[in-house]
Design a protein around this ligand. Structure first.
Ligand SMILES: [Zn+2]
Length: 396
C-alpha cells in the first residue's frame, strides 16, 4: 500500500453523515448519539470509553492502538447541535446531488463522520501503526463546553490533533476567544411624574454604551494569515418595569472577542476602567460587571472563559493537513484564522496539543435554517484525515 493514502470508503462516509443527522442531539441530549458512536467505533475495532459528563451525556473516546504507547493524532469533534429553530425537517437528512441537509449536518456531524471514515480506512488497510490514533466526540460545545473541559480534567494526551469543525476545507491555525459579559447599572425607582426623586439606571447605562462604542479592541497580525481584529458587540439590553416608573436597574450583555495575546483579565480590566471613570465623574453612578451569558450557569466555564488560540503554521500537523489537502483536493491549502470560536482552545492552551482546525462544510451555514454540507467536501475531508493520520502514525 502507498504510504499516506489508505482507501476511504466514500459511501460509508456519506451514509454515516446521514445516520448522525437522523439522531437528534441538541445540546443536553447527547446520550443517544454517544451510544451510537461508541457502537460504531467498537465495530471498527477501536477501544471505546464513554465518559459520563452529566446524567445521560457522554464524551465518546475511541482509541486505535499503535505498537508504542500514546496517541499520535486525535480527531476532536462535538456531538451536540444547536436547536432546529425554524428549520424544516431538521433530522430527515434529505439529500440531493450536491448536499446533505439538516441540523448538525455541517456543524459538525460531517466532520465526525469524515474522521470515523478515515479511521475505518486505516483499519481496512491493515497498516501497522507505530503510535495510536484517537477519536474524541465531546458534548456541550454549543453551550458550556463541559465535554472539552472534562478532557482537560482527565489530562488527555496526544502529539497532535485536528479539530473537525466546518472550515470549508480551509486550515485554521487559531481562533478568537469569546468573552460574554454583563453590565448592570443601578438607580433608584420613583414615580415617572417625579423623576427627580429617583435615579434613572437607563440614563446611566447610556453613558456606558457611548463609552463602549468608542472602545477599539486591538488587532494583531497572524503569520501566514494577516490581520485579525478583536471586537465588541452589545447584543442585548434590558431595563425598566413600566413607562411611568423611573428604572432602578438596566443590564446589557456584551460579546467581546479576543485576539491572541489578549486575556479575559485584560478585557475585563479595560471595561472596569471605563466604569471607574464614569463613577468618578458622577457620584450617582453605580455599576456591576461580570462574566455572564444568558445560557451559562456553570461556574467553572465563567472562570476559565473561552480563550483565543494560535498554533505555529510550521507545526507538523498544519503542514500535514496542508500537504494532504493539496494532494487530495488539487488546490492550495489555504491557511486562515477563525473568527468563530473552536474548542481547539482547550487542546492548545490547556493540554499543549498542536491542533489545526479543518473540516467539511461552509461555516456560514452553521446554525442557520439552510444548514447543509457538501458531499464533495465530506469525501475530501475523509481522505485528508486518512492521509494525515498516516503521516502522524507512520508505520514502524
Ligand atoms: Zn461546531
Amino acid at each position: 500500500m502507498r504510504s499516506g493514502s489508505p482507501e476511504v470508503d466514500v459511501e460509508y462516509a456519506l451514509r454515516l453523515t446521514k445516520e448522525l443527522v437522523r439522531i437528534p442531539s441538541v445540546t443536553g441530549e447527547e446520550g443517544e448519539i454517544a451510544k451510537f458512536l461508541a457502537e460504531e467505533l467498537s465495530g471498527l475495532g477501536l477501544k471505546v470509553e464513554l465518559r459520563r459528563i452529566q446524567s445521560d451525556r457522554f464524551n465518546v473516546i475511541g482509541v486505535l492502538k499503535g505498537e508504542e504507547e500514546g496517541i499520535a493524532l486525535a480527531f476532536h469533534g462535538h456531538t451536540d447541535t444547536v436547536p432546529p429553530f425554524g428549520m424544516e425537517n431538521p433530522f430527515s437528512a434529505r439529500e440531493d446531488e450536491e448536499y446533505i441537509y439538516g441540523r448538525g449536518s455541517c456543524d459538525q456531524k460531517a466532520g465526525l463522520a469524515a474522521s470515523i471514515a478515515a479511521l475505518k480506512a486505516i483499519v481496512d488497510s491493515e497498516v501497522e501503526l507505530r503510535k495510536g490514533l484517537a477519536f474524541l466526540g465531546v458534548v456541550d460545545e454549543e453551550r458550556e463546553h463541559r465535554g472539552s473541559y472534562a478532557l482537560v480534567e482527565d489530562g488527555f494526551k496526544a502529539d497532535a490533533a485536528i479539530c473537525t469543525e466546518p472550515t470549508g476545507l480551509e486550515i485554521a491555525v487559531g481562533c478568537k476567544g469569546t468573552l460574554p459579559l454583563k453590565i448592570t447599572t443601578f438607580g433608584k425607582a420613583a414615580h415617572g411624574s417625579a423623576p427627580w426623586r429617583g435615579v434613572n439606571a437607563v440614563y446611566k447605562m447610556a453613558k456606558v454604551l457611548l463609552a463602549l462604542e468608542e472602545l477599539k479592541p486591538r488587532s494583531v497580525t497572524v503569520p501566514g494569515v494577516g490581520e485579525v481584529r478583536g471586537s465588541i458587540n452589545v447584543g442585548l439590553i434590558r431595563g425598566g418595569e413600566a413607562y411611568n416608573v423611573v428604572p432602578d436597574s438596566c443590564s446589557i450583555w456584551i460579546d467581546r472577542r479576543l485576539v491572541p495575546g489578549e486575556t479575559q483579565e485584560d478585557a475585563l480590566r479595560e471595561i472596569r476602567e471605563i466604569l471607574d471613570e464614569l463613577g468618578r465623574l458622577d457620584p450617582n453612578f453605580r455599576a456591576e460587571l461580570s462574566v455572564d451569558r444568558p445560557d451559562w450557569e456553570w461556574e467553572p466555564i465563567k472562570k476559565r472563559g473561552l480563550k483565543p488560540c494560535l498554533v505555529n503554521p510550521e507545526e507538523d500537523v498544519v503542514k500535514w493537513v496542508r500537504e494532504a489537502h493539496e494532494s487530495v483536493a488539487g488546490d492550495r491549502g489555504k491557511l486562515k484564522f477563525s473568527s468563530g470560536y473552536f474548542e481547539m482552545d482547550f487542546l492548545v492552551n490547556d493540554l499543549g496539543i498542536p491542533t489545526a482546525a479543518y473540516g467539511p462544510g461552509d461555516p456560514e451555514l452553521a446554525h442557520t435554517p439552510e444548514e447543509r454540507v457538501s458531499k464533495r467536501q465530506i469525501v475530501i475531508a475523509s481522505r485528508v484525515y486518512a492521509a494525515v493520520a498516516m503521516s502522524a502514525a507512520r508505520t514502524a
